[in-house]
Design a protein around this ligand. Structure first.
Ligand SMILES: *Cc1c(COP(=O)(O)O)cnc(C)c1O
Length: 224
């Protein structure tokens, strides 16, 4: 087995165990390999070993990889902070955006989405920890942003995304995210996705209903 295949197998075993402990089916969990700082060669290696979904944080860095790997059927997820002047590249090149946290960005993504690419899947990023420095809409403002996104023709609202404050326990933060998701369901937002869980906290995220795990270090090794 290649080293990449071994890392994937070890991670999948841990994900299966976490799903079993939470009484959930592992089939409900989508693994997204976060490839920021790693080159197209490393992405290709993991794709050869069976992964289909990759996440990128920086538009300029991602552009090169998308171009180099254009002949592969990879689903690309944009998961980083997004500035207005970079929305077109994301609307054209990506299949998902997990980090929508304001209406201006959502509007631009919708109007710039090429008709032949179908709807762009989006998640609303929520600042679940309340850290001043963190991106994400305040939990109290999430419902209004969801409602506005649902009206945009070329976007499909799929769910919520959050990055917990690494200085605090992930558990209560993911519990708060799950609670917000429930509240939005009750208000009629039919979202099927909870984008939560990274290398260090996916067990807790799975326990609180995560459906899309964004895993970098455990698959690629440490970033420089
Ligand atoms: C880098 C990053 C990840 C992956 O983090 P790891 O700890 O390396 O698994 C997940 N989500 C986002 C938004 C990231 O920026």
């Amino acid at each position: 087995m290649s080293e990449a295949a071994q890392r994937i197998a070890a991670l999948r075993a841990k994900i299966r165990a976490a799903a079993a402990a939470a009484g959930r089916s592992p089939e409900a969990l989508q693994l997204i390999a976060v490839s920021k700082t790693f080159g197209a060669d490393r992405v290709a290696e993991l794709a050869d070993a069976g992964l289909s979904d990759f996440g990128e944080n920086y538009v300029d860095e991602a552009q090169e990889k998308l171009a180099a790997l254009a002949d592969r059927s990879i689903r690309w997820h944009f998961i980083g902070p997004l500035q207005s002047n970079k929305t077109r590249a994301v609307a054209e090149g990506f299949d998902w955006v997990h980090s929508v946290d304001r209406l201006k960005i959502a509007r631009r993504l919708s109007s710039q989405r090429p008709a032949n690419r179908g709807e762009l899947n989006v998640c609303v990023q929520v600042n679940i920890s309340g850290e001043a420095s963190k991106s994400g809409v305040a939990p109290a403002d999430a419902a209004a942003l969801c409602t506005a996104i649902e009206e945009l023709p070329s976007l499909r609202l799929r769910g919520l995304m959050a990055i917990p404050d690494p200085a605090r326990e992930p558990e209560p933060q993911y519990a708060a995210l799950a609670e917000l998701r429930q509240a939005l369901h009750r208000r009629g937002h039919a979202m099927d996705v909870l984008s939560a869980g990274m290398s260090g906290d996916f067990v807790q995220a799975i326990a609180h209903g995560a459906t899309h795990l964004r895993i970098g270090t455990a698959l690629f090794g440490a970033r420089r």
